[in-house]
Design a protein around this ligand. Structure first.
Ligand code: NAD
Length: 436
């Protein structure tokens, strides 16, 4: 099939590449000229495990092309995906200017039937707005479908190729037929394509992200209680996670959720609720708890040094908002770095993939290390901000040798309490006993 994807970010690039992988011809459109140039030259602009290999193969097979021309893109495909940003506006609502702007321009270009698919995360009622925006300039036949994306950065290719479910919001039989055909190779193992109306599909995406964010904030509160009551959150987590109704996944406390989705989507759902005079109380609390959790580790650090951070030197392992991505949007590490610098400390950081992106923001305010061990030279303390696998079983003797002092603040509970005790570290983690 001939497909167009507008927007080549984390969602658009994965969508375009994975659709090409099953034999479709995909044309990707982006306004970022430098990005398009890179992609045309076979350079992958983001880090996403497994993506580069598929990208190279499909580029070589001529199933994947890139352009800055919306006209060229729309002329190409019968199915047009919108994978555009929906950033938070000042009031927390999702800003639809990219989605509606492109929709209006598509209307100017259309000459025959297309299915226009919202893959961006958009508030309830957006499909109708897209429909109206296209119809401003085009009175022929077309369908607008809501098909929210559930992929997780870090495992996005796997999620796209074998999704738990595909949600398609449309009442058009023609669109249903086309999308059933398009997605058939991705649900061969029997996972469902769930058809529903546009509004329910739009809300499904927000409900999913809001629920996951709630799980994280809930566990962060339990961790706070553990610290105050002398319990161990790892034990509590295992104790509750073995109940099927609760489940083992997504029960890990930490330093607050970040990324480009949870913070903005929770806010946008609260805003949508307000618009219909409903106060979504749980989500207000979820956001508040997250804000508090994001400064929790810095508070621990300040307490340990009696607020005397000036002149201290910290090593940070992990900058990305989660492992296996170079995405640093709303990453807790950035807030930690800012707080430390503001308090007069110096910082060296290491991340396997995200250092370039952080460099673009903080410049030379911090030192970027070549390896995780270089990062530790003369550090008063090590801070763990992202749970990359390579940090899980480090060479502790090398750590002890490089550091000035043996202090570790672990925001991701990577290390075994007993082991840290044996090695002689002062070790503080989240919701677990303090090692002195
Ligand atoms: P992104 O910021 O990584 O990418 C957006 C891309 O759109 C950029 O390359 C940008 O240059 C391009 N763009 C902006 N305006 C354009 C225009 N007028 N024409 C063509 N291209 C344009 O965003 P993302 O992370 O891929 O997210 C896209 C949408 O998908 C958002 O609504 C997001 O909430 C949702 N989503 C994201 C994820 C995720 O994990 N990142 C998962 C599910 C859903």
């Amino acid at each position: 099939m001939k497909i167009t994807v507008v927007g080549t970010g984390y969602v658009g690039l994965v969508t375009g590449t994975c659709l090409a992988e099953t034999g479709n011809h995909v044309c990707c459109v982006d306004i970022d000229q430098r990005k398009v140039e890179k992609l045309r030259n076979g350079i992958m602009p983001i880090y996403e495990p497994g993506l580069e290999k598929l990208f190279e193969r499909n580029l070589k097979e001529d199933r994947l092309s890139f352009t800055t021309s919306l006209q060229e893109g729309i002329d190409h495909g019968e199915i047009v995906f919108l994978a555009l940003p929906t950033p938070p506006g000042e009031d927390g609502s999702a800003d639809l200017k990219y989605v509606l702007g492109v929709a209006e321009n598509i209307g100017k270009i259309l000459t025959d039937y297309k299915v226009i698919i919202d893959k961006s995360t958009v508030p309830v009622g957006t499909a109708e707005k897209v429909q109206a925006a296209v119809a401003k300039n085009y009175d022929g036949e077309f369908d607008v479908v809501s098909n929210p994306e559930f992929l997780r950065e870090g495992v996005a290719v796997e999620d796209f190729m074998k999704p738990d479910r595909i949600v398609i919001g449309t009442t058009s039989e023609r669109a249903q037929k086309l999308l059933t055909e398009l997605y058939a190779p991705y649900v061969r193992q029997g996972n469902p394509i769930i058809f529903m109306d546009e509004r329910s599909a739009e809300l499904t995406k927000y409900a999913a992200n809001a629920f996951l964010a709630t799980k994280i904030s809930f566990m962060n509160e339990i961790a706070q209680l553990c610290e105050r009551l002398g319990a161990d959150v790892d034990m509590v987590r295992r104790g509750i996670g073995s109940d099927d109704r609760i489940g083992k996944r997504f029960l890990f406390p930490g330093i607050g959720y970040g990324g480009s989705c949870f913070p903005k989507d929770v806010q946008a759902l609260v805003f949508s609720a307000k618009e219909v005079s409903y106060e979504f109380q749980i989500l207000d609390a979820v956001t508040e708890v997250n804000k508090r959790q994001k400064v929790h580790l810095v508070n621990k650090i300040k307490r340990y040094y009696n607020n005397g951070l000036a002149g201290k030197h910290f090593a940070i392992w992990g900058l990305a908002f989660k492992p296996n991505t170079d995405d640093i949007r709303e990453a807790p590490a950035l807030e930690i770095i800012n707080a430390l610098l503001e308090a007069g400390a110096t910082v060296a950081a290491f991340d396997p993939e995200a250092m370039e992106n952080v460099k673009n923001i903080v410049g030379d305010k911090i030192v970027f290390a070549e390896t995780q061990y270089d990062c530790l030279q003369n550090a008063d303390a090590l801070i763990i901000a992202t749970e990359w696998n390579e940090f899980r079983t480090p060479d502790f003797d090398k750590i002890l040798e490089a550091m000035k002092d043996t202090v570790v603040f672990d925001g991701r509970n990577l290390f075994d309490i007993e082991q840290m005790e044996k090695k002689g570290f002062h070790y503080e983690s989240i919701g677990r006993p303090l090692v002195n």
